[in-house]
Ligand binder design. Structure first.
Ligand code: PLP
Length: 403
C-alpha cells in the first residue's frame, strides 16, 4: 500500500458515508416523484439536508445540493454577479482574493471575458493571508459598483486560513454579498455559515470522507442568485437536476461524522502535521515551510525545495511509494509556478520546487516516518535532475488538474 499524503486532493470514504452510500444505492426512487418510493427518497434527502445544515451551522432551507465544489463556486460567483447586475447595471466589479482555487479564479476570469465584469485581485501577504487594508481601500472606492466579493475560507495549496468574518463585516457596511469557497475548510475547521455572515458558501463531499460528485452551496435565505442551469426547478429553482439520493445521504453522513469528531481529530492531525514539519526539516534542512505557521489547516504542510522541480520530486516520491502533490497544476504539460506562491511574493524559481503533504483521517505516524525515510534520496535525485529535468517528467505528469 502506498503512503497517502494527498488528502487535500481527495480523502477516502469514511465508514458512516460508505454505509449510507451502500444502503441507498440498493434502493430506488426519484425524490421528486409522488409515489411511495419517491416519498421515501425525498425523506432521505430532507433528513440529509438537516444533518448537513446542522454540521455547517446553517438552516436546512439554505442548503442547495450540487455536484461538488466546482459547481457550487460557479453557481455562487456567476449567480451573484448576474443577480446583482440585473438589480443595478453599475455593479460590474468583482473583488477576488489572488489565491483562489481555479473553480473561482477561472469563473471570475470568464465573467470578465464574457460578461463585462471588472476584476480586482486582492493581495495577500507572504503567508498567504488576505490584506484587509487592500479590501477596505477597494470598498471605499465606489462601493456601488461592486457586485460581489469572493474570498476562500482556507487555501488548498498552502493551507492559510482567511479572516472571513472580518471580510463579511467590512462588506456588510456597504451591503455587498460575499462568497466563500469553504471546500478545504469544512470538516477541518469549525465552520458556521450563520456566524460567518456569508451570502454563499461552497463545500464538497469528497474532501470530507463523502463520495466524489456531490457537494452543497449554502445560500442565505434573503440572497438573490440567478441559476446557471435550468430544468425541473429542484433546489428552490436555483439548481435544477434530479437529486442524487445516495450521494447526498453519504455526504451528509460524512459531514455529521467529521464535524462530530472535529475537535479531537483536528488536534490529532495538527500534531501529526507538526511532526511531519519536523521530519521534513530534519530530512532536508533546505526545505522552506510556506503558508502561515499557525493560521493553517491542521492537515496541511507545504514546502518549497530549492533547486528542484516539484514534479520531479513528486514522481521520485511516488516511485518510493509516497503519494503527495505539487499543490498546483501544470498547464498543457508545461509546469507553471503556482499563482498562490507568486501572490505570496515568491520568485518563479523559488515557487518551482513546491510540494504539498496533506493529512487526513487515515493518516498515521508511520506515514509521516515513511516520508522522512524516502525524502533525502528523492530530493537528492530531484536536485540532480535540476530545473532542466522537468522536461522528462512532464510526459507522465497527466493533466495536472488542481485540487
Ligand atoms: N475549491 C477548493 C479550495 C478545492 O480544494 C477544490 C478541490 O479540488 C475545489 C474547489 C473543487 O471541488 P470539487 O472537486 O468538489 O469540484
Amino acid at each position: 500500500m502506498p503512503v497517502y499524503l494527498d488528502h487535500a486532493a481527495t480523502t477516502p470514504l469514511s465508514a458512516p458515508a460508505l454505509a449510507a452510500l451502500t444502503t441507498e444505492l440498493s434502493r430506488s426512487g426519484n425524490p421528486s416523484s409522488l409515489h411511495g418510493s419517491g416519498r421515501r427518497a425525498r425523506r432521505v434527502v430532507e433528513d440529509s439536508r438537516e444533518l448537513l445544515a446542522a454540521a455547517a451551522g446553517a438552516h436546512p432551507s439554505e442548503v442547495i445540493f450540487t455536484s461538488g465544489g466546482t459547481e457550487g463556486d460557479n453557481l455562487a460567483v456567476k449567480g451573484l454577479y448576474w443577480a446583482r447586475r440585473a438589480a443595478d447595471p453599475r455593479r460590474r466589479r468583482i473583488l477576488c482574493s489572488a489565491v483562489e482555487h481555479p473553480a473561482v479564479q477561472d469563473t471570475v476570469e470568464w465573467l470578465a471575458r464574457h460578461e463585462e465584469a471588472l476584476v480586482t485581485w486582492l493581495p495577500v501577504d507572504a503567508d498567504g493571508i488576505l490584506s484587509l487594508d487592500a479590501l477596505q481601500a477597494e470598498l471605499d472606492d465606489d462601493p456601488d459598483s461592486i457586485a460581489l466579493i469572493t474570498v476562500m475560507w482556507a487555501n488548498n495549496e498552502v493551507g492559510s486560513i482567511q479572516p472571513i468574518e472580518a471580510v463579511t463585516a467590512a462588506a456588510a457596511r456597504q451591503g455587498i454579498p460575499v462568497h466563500s469557497d469553504a471546500v478545504q475548510a469544512f470538516g477541518s475547521l469549525p465552520v458556521s455559515f450563520a456566524r460567518s455572515g456569508l451570502a454563499t458558501m461552497a463545500v464538497s463531499g469528497h474532501k470530507i470522507g463523502g463520495p466524489v460528485g456531490v457537494g452543497a452551496l449554502f445560500v442565505g435565505r434573503a440572497v438573490a442568485l440567478t441559476p446557471v442551469q435550468h430544468g425541473g426547478g429542484q433546489e428552490r429553482d436555483i439548481r435544477s437536476g434530479t437529486l442524487d439520493t445516495a450521494g447526498i445521504a453519504a455526504f451528509a453522513a460524512a459531514a455529521g461524522h467529521v464535524t462530530g469528531t472535529l475537535a479531537e481529530e483536528a488536534t490529532r492531525i495538527a500534531a501529526l502535521r507538526d511532526h511531519l514539519i519536523d521530519v521534513v526539516g530534519a530530512a532536508v534542512p533546505e526545505a522552506v515551510l510556506r503558508g502561515h505557521r499557525t493560521l493553517r489547516l491542521p492537515g496541511n504542510a507545504h514546502f518549497t525545495f530549492p533547486g528542484c522541480e516539484g514534479d520531479s520530486l513528486l514522481f521520485l516520491l511516488d516511485l518510493a511509494g509516497v503519494e503527495c502533490s505539487t499543490g498546483s497544476a501544470c498547464t498543457a504539460g508545461v509546469p507553471r509556478p503556482s499563482h498562490v506562491l507568486l501572490a505570496m511574493g515568491l520568485t518563479e524559481a523559488e515557487a518551482r520546487g513546491a510540494q504539498r503533504f496533506s493529512l487526513g483521517h487515515t493518516s498515521t505516524t508511520a506515514d509521516v516516518d515513511a516520508l522522512g525515510a524516502s525524502l533525502p534520496e528523492a530530493y537528492h535525485r530531484a536536485r540532480q535532475a535540476g530545473m532542466a529535468g522537468h522536461a522528462s517528467t512532464i510526459q507522465t505528469a497527466g493533466t495536472g488538474f488542481r485540487s
